[in-house]
Design a protein. Structure first.
Length: 123
């Protein structure tokens, strides 16, 4: 009499992790996770708005400075105007970071009550 009873088990950790990640997408989120996501979005919105504004100013100012350089180097009859345009461009570039800080502080003050409320609830 031969006993053919056997137990075979295969486990794959990467597959198990992938299944878990897919499953978590479809599970309903509890209130704590929703509040944490809202807190992250609020925190990110502060720096995102300031970043876009300062990058836009810096880029535009760099282009203005380039026009000033063209006036000085290519169109020599516009040398004095090129100096003025270039200085305006340099001032715009120099103001990009202070503008970032100003907008970020203003946005932080605006969203501070909501962030403090959410953090108090989560703690």
């Amino acid at each position: 009499m031969e006993n053919n009873e056997s137990f075979e088990y295969t486990y794959s950790a990467p597959e198990h992790e992938e299944i878990k990640r897919i499953r978590e997408k479809y599970l309903p989120k509890d209130e704590r996770e929703q509040k944490l996501e809202a807190l992250r979005r609020l925190d990110q919105s502060v720096t995102q708005k300031a970043t876009w504004a300062s990058v836009t100013l810096g880029t535009a100012s760099t282009l203005v400075m380039g026009v000033g350089m063209c006036c000085c180097l290519v169109w020599t009859q516009l040398f004095a105007l090129g100096i003025v345009i270039g200085v305006i461009g340099i001032l715009g570039i120099a103001l990009a970071y202070p503008m970032y800080r100003h907008i970020a502080e203003k946005e932080r003050a605006r969203v501070a009550p909501e962030i403090l409320r959410l953090t108090q609830e989560l703690m």
